[in-house]
Design a protein. Structure first.
Length: 376
């Protein structure tokens, strides 16, 4: 039996459940008036954030190696996206609003010293619904507290669904862990009075951050029409400077609205296109919630062909190494469905040393995945 047909049979209960819920039309098939609905939103409630921090790097450009542009400090006192009340009715794209990146530096680590290994962790923290437990795990768990790089998804910034509400989790964690950080918006939810604020991607590290870029992925569904959310699925890319060597990082959060896997494969290809741009560092690390739910690791081998989702095979075929090659189990137990392997770590031009999945950490619906690598 072909893998695609077997997947459909294994997914039959899931497809039946999905078919009972009305789904919004895809962007490609939605009429123009639905894709860019002609409403005049207000600007949303003000955010209760700390005063703005002056923008400017700590050092002049001559002190940094060629090709590294340090990310300036930037902590705005409001929403990161500029979305006036008439943004959509005047032709603004709700998927790609103009947004700033928040950034600040708290690390005391010497960036000129090359460590014996780099520990990276990816974790979807589920909108900070258990923010205190997330913070406790990252600051006290012996398998997490020494991480050099954190790739976090579904990070809340002044939204009402986190517990406690209206926190800036990326900044709070960076201060507690003495790390540098950047935060980029995936979803601006100002039109949802019960939610508000922003959700996004946070990259925390003990090393200087530069060359930051948000890859806004090709949308697989019209979330503005469905939820009145501005933005969409994205990957946050950045360089860090470790012992004088630039390392490229990618923090990915791919879409769930794809029942055959080719949409996530396309989004993965957009990451690879950025990774191969001229001037990118040779050493590259990629992690995140890839939402690869089509393969049940209790029944199939989900990290190798033929059962691995297309986006996983895409990375493997492009020369990336799975940093947990022998792991074939769950990183998210599934919401009334099946155990799922959603969270991954990959490397290119870096040597894997060790890796583990912390299935005992229960601070979110996903569990942390960590690995140690060395770079040239």
């Amino acid at each position: 039996m072909m893998p695609s047909m077997a997947r459909l049979l294994l997914l039959a209960p899931l497809l039946a459940a999905c078919s009972q819920t009305e789904q919004p039309p895809p962007l490609d098939s939605a009429p123009p008036d639905l894709r860019h609905e002609a409403i005049a939103p207000d600007a949303g409630p003000p955010l209760d954030l700390p005063p703005a921090v002056d923008i400017g790097p700590d050092a002049d450009a001559s002190s940094w190696p060629d090709g590294f542009s340090p990310q300036p400090r930037n902590v705005p006192a409001g929403y990161l996206c500029t979305i006036p009340a008439d943004y959509v009715v005047t032709g603004g794209d709700p998927v790609n609003p103009p947004c700033e990146v928040e950034a600040d530096s708290f690390s005391v680590t010497d960036p000129n010293v090359m460590p014996s290994g780099l520990k990276l962790v990816t974790w979807n923290v589920e909108y900070g619904k258990k923010a205190a437990a997330v913070t406790s795990a990252l600051t006290t768990d012996l398998d997490l507290v020494d991480a050099d790089i954190l790739l976090l998804q579904e990070v809340p910034r002044q939204d009402k669904e986190s517990d406690p509400p209206n926190i800036n989790l990326a900044r709070d964690l960076a201060q507690a862990l003495k790390m540098n950080y950047v935060f980029a918006v995936e979803w601006d939810r100002r039109l949802q009075s019960s939610q508000g604020g922003e959700h996004g991607l946070a990259l925390l590290t003990r090393y200087p951050i530069g060359n930051v870029e948000l890859i806004r992925h090709t949308p697989l569904y019209n979330f503005y029409a469905e939820k009145k959310h501005f933005g969409g699925r994205a990957t946050l890319g950045a360089d860090i400077l470790v012992g004088g060597v630039r390392v490229r990082l990618y923090n990915a959060h791919l879409c769930t609205r794809d029942l055959i896997g080719t949409g996530r494969e396309k989004q993965g290809a957009e990451i690879l296109a950025d990774a191969t741009l001229a001037g990118r560092p040779q050493a590259q690390l990629l992690g995140g919630d890839l939402n690869t739910f089509l393969c049940n690791p209790q029944l199939l081998t989900c990290n190798k062909p033929p059962w691995a989702e297309p986006v996983i095979q895409l990375f493997l075929n492009d020369g990336w190494s799975d940093l947990l090659p022998s792991f074939n189990s769950w990183t998210q137990m599934g919401v009334g469905l099946v155990p799922q392997r959603l969270d991954w770590l990959f490397a290119r031009q870096a040597t894997p040393v060790s890796g583990q999945v912390l299935q005992g950490v229960s601070a979110a619906d996903h569990v942390p995945v960590s690995a140690v690598v060395t770079v040239p």
